[in-house]
Design a protein around this ligand. Structure first.
Ligand SMILES: *[C@@H]1O[C@H](CO)[C@@H](O)[C@H](O)[C@H]1NC(C)=O
Ligand SMILES: *[C@@H]1O[C@H](CO)[C@@H](O)[C@H](O)[C@H]1NC(C)=O
Ligand SMILES: *[C@@H]1O[C@H](CO)[C@@H](O)[C@H](O)[C@H]1NC(C)=O
Length: 419
């Protein structure tokens, strides 16, 4: 039903949702200590749904196995009558065709990446694993309202990279991108690292962005990858994450399942849970594949992790521009540079080493692809690269048989050439 809404109606839908959700939350800021405590309790109750089974992960996480129809998405007023899609109608062509991979790349593919909480057990069929939000997680946020949402609105915008804006927001990128077409999905395989974060309110991530709309105004964004964010998770572990917004990070959207939006169907992978193992400098390399694509039938944006896990989908009605298609795709790294001590942060991007060092030492994205209007995966045409300060974090693209379109990216941040 929702799929037939006009764009104008969809915008109304989103606005109504914002009002409904923000009333109890914005009150928190104005309340005194004990009322604030109550607000935190209430928020935790909203986020943490009754579990059929609970699993303790060695990294300190608690994973709740929640019945699929009790997940946070269904708190959304417009999802009350939603029929969960348990599988996408269409996969992009070639999705499972891993035969094109060389035996060499198949080798590091087979070094299987999993999530640390699996060491503590598995969730039963019909449930989804949700990382439990603890009181301390919410208290680390500047307010209940800000918890699980992006603080800064920095996003790489190579089109009109306004130097002042770019540098003011403190976000630094090293990315590859395509723009100007109609994109119905994106894929990429990235190796996984555990970058060092200098200051707890900074983060380092590597991800795919699917973008539509206008930067800073009404940008629609779907993002997925891995991140280290002490502020969000309370530790330095590398975690699988997603993000979405339909208004340039202002009122809508959140990380993972920390608000109503993403509908998860998979019982094996938890959003926000640690990825294990990670790559070592000069040692074993571990990579993950992420594919996000728009189902041509229902219009929802689906996400797949690796070759085996279809995690779920963002319903089309969450978005305005992305209800049709994306107009820009980005792949790469982002860090926050809060300039602790008045100097450039030493927070690392990717492996913390520059692209020149190559395989085994630098971080990479390989086999990056976009989904075209016929639901086919294609090499991106006219791939550009962008970085604010290449002496701090850099990017270098290439192309070959096994890796298709690829690039190395990242860096150490602060160094003699990046004071
Ligand atoms: C959901 O279904 C019920 C019963 O059919 C109906 O009364 C209600 O208006 C529906 N809600 C939405 C949001 O569509
Ligand atoms: C950001 O600031 C740094 C240091 O002031 C400068 O070297 C760099 O050129 C700026 N970046 C952009 C994109 O203008
Ligand atoms: C995270 O790493 C920083 C140094 O990079 C360290 O100071 C901090 O104690 C670590 N935090 C946790 C929770 O391990």
């Amino acid at each position: 039903m929702v799929a037939h809404f006009s764009r104008r109606l969809r915008v109304v839908v989103v606005l109504v949702f914002v009002v409904v959700m923000s009333v109890p939350l914005t009150c928190a800021g104005r309340m005194g200590g004990s009322r604030q405590k109550l607000e935190v309790q209430k928020h935790l109750k909203r986020l943490n749904k009754p579990a059929l089974k609970t699993i303790e992960s060695p990294d300190g996480d608690i994973i709740d196995c929640v019945h699929v129809s009790h997940q946070p998405a269904f708190d959304h007023p417009f999802l009350k009558n939603h029929t969960i899609q348990m599988r996408p109608n269409y996969h992009p062509e070639g999705l499972y065709d891993e035969n094109k991979m060389s035996s060499e790349s198949r080798e590091y593919k087979s070094s299987s990446i999993t999530q640390m909480w699996h060491l503590g057990g598995r969730c039963p069929e019909g449930t989804i694993p949700i990382r439990r939000t603890k009181k301390a997680d919410v208290l680390r946020a500047s307010s209940v309202k800000r918890f699980g949402r992006k603080k800064h609105r920095g996003i790489a915008n190579p089109r009109s990279a306004d130097p002042d804006l770019v540098n003011e927001s403190g976000h630094q990128h090293a990315i590859a991108y395509v723009q100007g077409g109609k994109y119905y999905g994106a894929k990429g395989t990235m190796n996984v690292w555990e970058p060092k974060i200098q200051h707890p309110n900074e983060f380092s991530l590597s991800q795919i962005w699917l973008l539509g709309g206008i930067f800073g105004e009404d940008l629609n964004s779907i993002e997925a990858g891995w991140q280290v964010s002490p502020d969000l998770y309370g530790d330095n572990n590398t975690r699988l994450f997603t993000y979405w917004t339909s208004d340039a990070y202002q009122a809508t959207g959140c990380y993972n399942l920390l608000c109503s939006g993403f509908i998860q169907i998979n019982s094996e992978i938890a959003m926000g849970a640690s990825i294990f193992p990670v790559s070592g400098y000069g040692g074993s390399q571990y990579d993950i594949s992420i594919l996000v694509w728009k189902d041509p039938k229902e219009g929802h944006w689906w996400m797949q992790f690796g070759n085996d896990y279809v995690l779920g989908y963002w319903p089309s009605f969450l978005f305005s521009y992305l209800a049709e298609s994306a107009s820009m795709i980005e792949w790469g790294g982002e860090v926050v540079n809060s300039e602790p001590d008045g100097e450039h942060t030493s927070t690392q991007m990717g492996s913390g080493h520059f692209p020149e060092e190559g395989f085994g030492k630098s971080s990479y994205f390989r086999n990056i692809q976009v989904v075209d209007g016929s639901n086919n995966l294609k090499a991106p045409k006219g791939l550009g690269t962008f970085t604010e300060q290449s002496n701090c974090y850099d990017v270098q693209k290439g192309n070959n048989g096994d890796w298709g379109s690829y690039f190395y990216y990242g860096g150490p941040g602060k160094n003699p050439n990046c004071p």
